[in-house]
Design a binder for this molecule. Structure first.
Ligand SMILES: [Cu+2]
Length: 135
């Protein structure tokens, strides 16, 4: 009886520690550089999927062309990044790391922005504002 109680307390403590070790997931953004993740956004036909992503500071977004329609770009409207015409064959990738919490970056494809509304957003941290209409 005594042994079983000790063991279950130990198991509960170990479970709690393993949760804390991973930063608790999305509800509590981690420090930059610790437990940083890469989130993938697929480019399929004339759209980003998912269109909007929410990440923690220090995380990286990697866009991957998974389509035979091109040429696309990933171009930030605040000027912080621009892939150029890099998405010119299936499998092409572009990555950007976002370190500043509370910032939402709206981006688009220069080729298909006006014709297809090809745009998306990256929200960093839980307090980042929602993207504008259409993003
Ligand atoms: Cu495009």
């Amino acid at each position: 009886m005594f042994q079983a109680t000790r063991w279950s307390r130990w198991a509960a403590a170990a479970g709690l520690l393993s949760l804390l070790a991973c930063g608790g997931g999305h509800s509590s953004p981690s420090e930059p550089g610790s437990m940083a993740k890469t989130v993938t956004v697929q480019i399929v036909d004339f759209a980003f999927n998912p269109k909007d992503v929410t990440i923690n500071p220090g995380d990286t977004v990697q866009w991957v062309l998974n389509s035979t329609t091109y040429t696309h770009t990933v171009t930030a409207e605040n000027g912080t990044f621009n892939s150029g015409m890099i998405f010119n064959k299936p499998g092409a990738t572009f990555s950007q790391t976002f370190n500043t919490a509370g910032v939402t970056t709206q981006y688009h494809c220069m080729t298909h922005w006006h014709t297809n509304g090809m745009q998306g957003s990256v929200q960093v941290g839980d307090g980042a504002p929602k993207p504008g209409p259409g993003y």
